[in-house]
Write a protein that binds this ligand. Structure first.
Ligand code: P6P
Length: 338
């Protein structure tokens, strides 16, 4: 039997990364492995969602006013559980929970990090078997070690993220995460039950041909956004096109495709929701961090996402994110005088 020692597992990779920093405490590596463990448990349930009574609404409504699917609750509990019982996380913020959760035990209070996550993004697609995902964002605490974490630990601008990533439960299950050293993708190998390094050092192509936006809201968008979208439809071979419109209503899947192949994802503000629908802390910020490390860009149409100072856990933001050159072209439509 040929043992392929070239493919590192997530655990081996995080430990290898840690070895390069002699002073590292190993808490971040441990945190990423904990997240990988929770992702594997959620993956099992997602993969059989059509077979067990875990489909459909849980009968409750979350703080966003959205019907909570049973799988949402399961995923939330899995990620919160591994983080609470690990050694690296002092508390969490989740889309599924009204407020921040301070773990407030001796080990957690001495942990260096806090984590924000959307446990199951795109959950409206669960019942129709479209790819869904988990999104996470990791910050180093600003509060005093040895004491319970505070709201200020979570309300840091995205530029302060130590790491960010996502899990996509799709045709295969992948975990992609970024630190300032790079973006790396791991595909779950069912034969060994481990995430294995399949996409080392991911870079977002500076150009792409995919544009992702909900055309149903077209006439609610600002003029500059509408003009840019019209421009996407007029692209020819000579002007870098033709473009393809791809939007499956699951941000993790849409942004993952555009990260790998090149493209732009837009969730603009609308007349009735000027700040759009997506959340800053656990959707826009983690993806903005990942795309910037991979060479892409992310703004709210006026400002770099990572520089926005958050004020509350569930605040929303418009989001434009993707390939650098496509984002630069969008900018000429949004701020023509610039
Ligand atoms: P719309 C899923 O609910 C989500 O938060 C993202 O994953 C997705 O990109 C977006 O909302 C889709 O929203 O309004 O276009 O259906």
């Amino acid at each position: 039997m040929i043992i392929n020692r070239n493919i590192l597992t997530l655990d081996e990779f995080t430990i290898q990364q840690m070895r390069q920093f002699p002073n590292a405490t190993g808490e971040l590596s441990s945190l990423l492995r904990d997240i990988g463990l929770a992702a594997k448990r959620v993956n099992v349930e997602v993969n059989k969602a059509g077979l067990v009574d875990i489909l459909g609404d849980a009968g409750s409504v979350n703080v966003q006013g959205e019907d909570v699917k049973k799988l949402d609750i399961y995923a939330n509990n899995q990620f919160m559980g591994v983080l609470k019982h690990g050694i690296s996380c002092a508390g969490i913020g989740s889309e599924e929970m009204d407020d921040f959760v301070v773990f407030d035990d001796e080990v957690s209070n001495n942990s260096k990090y806090v984590v924000l996550f959307d446990p199951l993004d795109g959950s409206g697609n669960i019942d129709v078997n479209v790819s869904i995902g988990t999104i996470f964002s990791i910050y180093k605490r600003v509060s005093t070690l040895g004491t319970p974490c505070t709201k200020e630990d979570f309300l840091q601008p995205g530029i302060k993220q130590v790491a960010a990533g996502y899990v996509i439960y799709g045709s295969s299950t992948m975990m992609v995460y970024a630190t300032r050293r790079g973006v790396n993708g791991f595909t779950l190998d069912p034969s060994i039950g481990e995430f294995s390094l399949s996409h080392p050092n991911i870079k977002c192509p500076p150009d792409g041909k995919f544009y992702s936006v909900n055309h149903g809201n077209f006439f609610q968008y600002k003029e500059g956004v509408r003009e840019y979208i019209n421009g996407c439809q007029k692209k020819t071979k000579e002007t870098g096109g033709p473009y393809t419109q791809r939007y499956i209503g699951s941000m993790v899947a849409d942004v993952h495709r555009n990260l790998i192949k090149g493209g732009i994802f837009m969730y603009p503000g609308t007349l009735d929701k000027p700040k759009g629908k997506l959340r800053l802390l656990y959707e826009a910020n983690p993806f903005a961090f990942i795309l910037e490390v991979a060479g892409g860009k992310a703004t709210n149409g006026e400002q770099r996402i990572l520089e926005i100072q958050p004020t509350k856990l569930h605040e929303r933001t418009a989001l434009f994110i993707g390939s650098k050159n496509m984002m630069d072209e969008l900018e000429t439509f949004l701020n023509p005088s610039a």
